[in-house]
Design a protein around this ligand. Structure first.
Ligand code: TYM
Length: 331
């Protein structure tokens, strides 16, 4: 099986309520690979503890993230869905790759710089070596394709560098992965500050639309979205707010920029914002309904996690025994 199909791996941190940025930039794209690829979608709880988490909330969000994967169309029979900490090989390979990742490389990571500015009282070693654990996630499964938003591009490039370096020293060990980053949806921006990424850790709730927000909240948030002093709905420089709303509208309706411009020709921003809110709320309604059903079925979610981690373990073990042998660990 491993040799027949190409491998897809991606992960989401259970570190906050998931946003439409997570949905449009990543999760929505996951199911397109289910048929033709061997797919691994992981809830990366070990990455989440690089920032302080309340234990009960971390546990709850781990279940929720898994339920959201499924509510967004990932069938547990066709995709390997699992929790990172259930497969100890991630930590093992993470440590090994730390020893093949340079201090300078990690120092250049923009996510590290951003997060250490945000959490100045807790710049821990895990936050710094976060990217080599992420490289371990990806390389353990001999991954070919990693669907992510643009904010993860630098981490994927580093993963490729680490894998190439390791392969140069020990001979072919890891597949060199490629990112899958569709340009139209790669970065959904904050509704309050459209030059900044929409982020689940943003303290301003009006800046973020959560996947599980109800229709009224979604419409209210879009109505308040920051735009510009122009009135024409069109894509262009200096129109970050409108560009972002057009990207979101495109994600939920499939309409191109030209089609959107034609649809709102002669109409104002108010009409457009309402249409985006409705498209988003309606697009997410089935996800919410399925989520509510799944989150109530805790035992089922646990069985999915268990089966997923067993299957992941099978693949990860193969890579680990190769790595251990190559670096000279006694069997
Ligand atoms: P995380 O949990 O921050 O985000 C999960 C996914 O959502 C994408 N994303 C966005 N895309 C577009 N617009 C946005 N505003 C937006 N916000 C988030 C992210 O790019 C990501 O794809 N380091 C990863 C988790 C991870 C991982 C991995 C991913 C750990 N190991 C291995 C892929 C492969 C992260 O922090 O994602």
């Amino acid at each position: 099986m491993l040799q027949d199909k190409k491998i897809v791996f991606s992960g989401v941190q259970p570190s906050g309520n998931l946003t439409i940025g997570n949905y449009i930039g990543a999760i929505k794209n996951f199911s397109r690979f289910s048929e033709e690829y061997e797919t691994f979608y992981c809830v990366v709880d070990m990455h989440a503890i690089t920032v302080r988490q309340v234990p009960a909330e971390l546990r709850r969000r781990t279940y929720e993230t898994l339920a959201l994967y499924m509510a967004c169309g990932l069938d547990a029979k066709k995709n390997t869905l699992f929790v990172q900490s259930h497969v100890p090989y991630h930590a093992e390979l993470g440590w090994i790759l730390d020893c093949y990742t340079m201090f300078g490389e990690l120092s250049r990571m923009t996510q590290f710089k951003d997060k250490s500015a945000k959490h100045a009282d807790n710049i821990n070693a895990g936050l710094f070596t976060y990217p080599s654990l992420m490289a371990a996630d990806i390389l353990l499964y001999q991954t070919d394709v990693v669907p992510v938003g643009i904010d993860q591009k630098q981490h994927i490039e580093l993963t490729r560098d680490i894998a190439t370096r390791f392969n140069q020293v020990y001979g072919d060990t890891f597949t060199i992965p490629e990112g899958f980053i569709p340009t139209d949806t790669m970065k959904i921006m904050s509704l309050a500050e459209p030059t900044a990424k929409m982020s689940k850790s943003d303290p301003n709730p009006n800046a973020i639309v959560y996947i599980l927000d109800n229709k009224d909240d979604i419409i209210r948030k879009f109505r308040r979205a920051v735009t510009d002093s122009d009135t024409r709905v069109c894509y262009g420089e200096g129109k970050d707010g409108i560009n972002n709303l057009m990207n979101i509208y495109h994600a939920f309706t499939g309409k191109s920029n030209e089609e959107i411009e034609r649809e709102f020709d002669g109409k104002g921003y108010g009409d457009f914002k309402l249409a985006v809110g409705e498209a988003c709320a309606d697009g997410l309604a089935p996800v919410r309904a399925e989520f509510d059903r799944l989150i109530a079925a805790k035992a089922y979610l646990e069985s999915v996690m268990k089966e997923g981690s067993e299957k992941a373990m099978y693949y990860a073990r193969k890579t680990m025994s190769k790595v251990r042998r190559k670096i000279g660990f006694v069997n």
